[in-house]
Every structure is written in C-alpha cells, then in structure tokens.
Ligand binder design. Structure first.
Ligand SMILES: Cc1cc2nc3c(=O)[nH]c(=O)nc-3n(C[C@H](O)[C@H](O)[C@H](O)COP(=O)(O)OP(=O)(O)OC[C@H]3O[C@@H](n4cnc5c(N)ncnc54)[C@H](O)[C@@H]3O)c2cc1C
Length: 387
C-alpha cells in the first residue's frame, strides 16, 4: 500500500520546499520526501552559515547552461524582489554584503524556519529520513523509500547536485532522468577551488593565505574579485567563479594587477633593475607575492620593449590547473538534466508528462553570490504553480 498525494516532491532542499509551498497554496496535497533527518541542510551551511539567499542584480547572464535562454522565463516570473518580500514578511533581518548579495544578519536557520512555516501554512506534509530508492510508473508515479511508498500523478525531482557528498548528496535525480529517457549534460564540480600543477604549487603555495584582487578568466568569462592562495592552489571568489567555466586541460588567465600600470615606476626610475622592480610591485601587490613574482620573473633585459612584455605578464598570468578540488569542495554541480528536455515555463519533462525537475539537478548553474538559491526559488515556483 502506498500513501496517496496530488504531488510527490523528492528532496526538501531550497527548490523542493519552495515548489511544495507554491503547490500547497494552490490546494494540492503535497508530500515532500527527504533522506536527511532535517530539511534544508545546505541552506544551513550556505553563505558561511548566514545564507546568501538572493542577489539584487540577478540577470540571466549570471547563469551557465547549455541553453543560456532556458532560465529566463522562470527567473522573470519569480524575482529577487519576490523572495525579499517573503523574507520581510517573516521579519528576518538581512543586509547587502557586496555586489547585491543579500545575507541574513543572523543564522541561515531563519530561512529554513521560514520555509517550514510556509510549508505548514500551505498544508504540505514533509517526510524526513525517507531515502527514495526507486521510482516506478504505471497509472501514477510511485516513490519507494525504505519503509514506505508514496504515489501521485505528479513527481517533482529536487534532489540537488553531487557537491559535498559527506552531506548526503546523491546522484538519484540524474538516475531518475535516465530511467525516463531524459538526456543529461555532463556533470562536473563548479564554484570550486583549483589545484595548481606541480611547478606552480612549488612556486606559490607556500604563500597560502595571501589574497589580492584580480581578474580571473576562463573560457572567455571574466570575474574581478578576490583570489586566495591555498596549500594546493587557488581559491577565493574570483577563482570559484572562473572554475565554473574552466575545463580540464584548458588554461585560466589572471590579471594580477587590474587597471594598474606596474612597470611605469621602473621605466621612470634612474636605475632599472630588480630593486626598482621590487619597489614597483610592492606598491601594487601584497608584499610576499610581489617579492615572489619579482624573484621568479626577472626580465632578461630592462629595455622598454622588455618592460612592456613584463607588464603584459602580470596582466596575463596563464596556467593550466592540474585539477579542481572536486565535489568535496564544490559549492555546486554544473551540468545536469538537459534543459531541452524540459518546459522553461513549468520545468515539466517534454517526454514524460507529470515529471518535473527543479533546482540544481537541472543544467542551470548560477554564479557565486546568491544566484543558485534564486534559481532554486524561481524554478521551484515555476513548477509549483503548474502542479
Ligand atoms: C557550502 C555551500 C555553500 C553554499 N552557499 C550558497 C549561498 O550562500 N548562496 C547560494 O545561492 N547558493 C549557495 N550554495 C549552493 C546552494 O546551496 C544550492 O545551489 C542549492 O541548495 C540547491 O538547491 P536544491 O534544492 O536544488 O538542492 P539541495 O539543497 O541540495 O537539496 C536536495 C535535497 O534532496 C535530498 N535528497 C537527495 N537524494 C535524495 C533521495 N534519494 N531521497 C530523498 N531525498 C534526497 C538531499 O538530502 C537534499 O536535502 C552553497 C552550496 C554549498 C555546498
């Protein structure tokens, strides 16, 4: 025997809960099945525990997908302003940290409490510690967990991506997509620190902890933010952003001194030598990095032409990362259920009526800064309104 609902949603993360609220408000009997013992575990750890829940400047350009147009419709129909109104209705204090990123003043728990309260008000039933292991479909979809089964004419897959496996990320959503014949865009870790090759590790990684503002670029996308040197490579917002566009074997370029003319001081100095270079770089880069750069990159000559080349080097540091830090450290998973398989208005499968995919399991990946949650809310709302 299975319990009967109008809609069964797999995953009580950001997207699943939001979809449940919208569908519940429209009078649907909704069950949300969650493998963990509590809802929204990723929300709780997000934004350093304060949840960067949206971004004021959210645009379709802030998302990567094989089809860059896919997210437009859902994002336009549920905007950051809509989510802010909900946050304000629940009197959750928040602030803009930087670049339109909105964070809770207190704990991210305020967001999960808000979602739980909204679910409760909408009559949504949440079943915790229910790891769904199998989906079957005859007249209806049946989701089987260890001890119970849940059936409904509609199934929404909101099981998230593969990042942070130790928090219980599963590939179940992708398996359901494959089971029903939907294509998947290859998945890979995104918003993830990069590991340098052996040579660069030797040259720079003892400077772990040094950070500076840079422009990091991969596959033609540029991000001007902070970069941090780590024990194995590079991290910080600029690198995390670029990592979403980086592919193994391809280079990353870094402008280490954006909009600065580093060598003008050397050109103007009476003595053109390593000492003058050191002084010039010290004024612009963090001390330890400046010293290391000069040590490793002394030009063979001090002519104007050689200095022009020297200047170019600092603005176009190009290297091939050995790897990324993988799903263990990735904030999100790029790739996922191919958007060509889904309606951009409702997130419903074009081939399998009644089957929906929302949130991170879909091939839509946001930039760093609250965009991934905005996609979870927006895609959840799009599906919830269609159930
Ligand atoms: C450390 C970290 C910090 C982050 N900070 C931010 C931030 O500040 N701002 C931002 O916008 N984004 C942030 N993100 C990204 C954001 O958390 C995700 O994009 C978002 O949570 C995706 O929502 P989702 O509902 O699609 O998936 P999830 O939140 O991952 O939810 C999926 C749910 O499905 C459940 N599940 C999986 N398989 C099964 C199964 N077989 N049966 C039942 N349940 C199942 C999981 O337990 C989980 O609860 C962060 C991510 C990480 C890892």
């Amino acid at each position: 025997m299975s319990r009967q609902f109008d809609a069964v949603i797999l995953g009580a993360g950001a997207a699943g809960l939001f979809c449940a609220i919208e569908a519940g408000k429209r009078g649907r009997r909704v069950a949300v099945l969650e493998r963990a013992e509590r809802v929204g575990k990723k929300i709780l750890i997000s934004g350093g525990g304060r949840c960067n829940f949206t971004n004021l400047y959210c645009k379709p350009d802030n998302f990567r997908s094989a089809n860059p147009h896919f997210a437009k419709s859902a994002l336009a129909r549920y905007t950051p302003t809509d989510f802010i109104a909900l946050v304000e209705k629940h009197r959750i204090p928040y602030h803009e940290k930087t670049l339109g990123q909105l964070f809770c003043d207190g704990s991210a728990r305020a967001i999960t409490r808000m979602l739980e309260a909204e679910c409760h008000a909408a009559g949504v039933q949440i079943f915790l510690s229910q790891r769904v292991q199998e989906i079957t479909r005859t007249a209806e979809f049946v989701a089987r967990a260890e001890t119970e089964a849940f059936s409904a004419p509609v199934l929404v897959v909101a099981t998230g991506g593969l990042s942070i496996p130790k928090m219980g990320a599963t590939s179940f959503g992708y398996e359901v997509a494959r089971q029903f014949g939907l294509r998947i865009q290859k998945t890979r870790p995104a918003l993830v620190p990069l590991v340098l090759g052996r040579k660069e590790q030797k040259e720079y990684c003892d400077l772990a902890g040094v950070s500076m503002e840079v422009i990091a670029a991969a596959d033609g996308q540029e991000f001007r933010e902070k970069m941090l040197i780590t024990h194995r490579g590079l991290s910080g917002p600029a690198i995390l952003q670029a990592s979403s566009y980086w592919e193994r074997g391809k280079p990353v370029q870094i402008d280490l001194a954006p909009q600065r003319d580093v060598t003008s001081a050397i050109r103007e100095s009476k003595t053109r030598n390593a000492g003058a270079a050191r002084t010039a770089f010290l004024g612009i880069l963090p001390k330890r990095f400046a010293e290391r750069w000069v040590e490793l990159h002394e030009p063979s000559q001090w002519t104007n032409a050689a200095l022009a080349e020297y200047e170019k080097q600092i603005h176009q540091w190009s290297f091939k990362p050995a790897d990324s830090e993988g799903y263990e450290k990735a904030e999100v998973t790029a790739g996922g259920v191919d958007t060509d398989e889904l309606s951009s208005k409702t997130m419903e499968s074009r081939r399998v009526p009644g089957l929906f995919f929302i949130g991170e399991v879909v091939d839509v990946t946001g930039h760093l800064g609250g965009f991934n949650f905005q996609w979870a809310w927006a895609s959840g709302a799009a599906a919830g309104r269609a159930l």
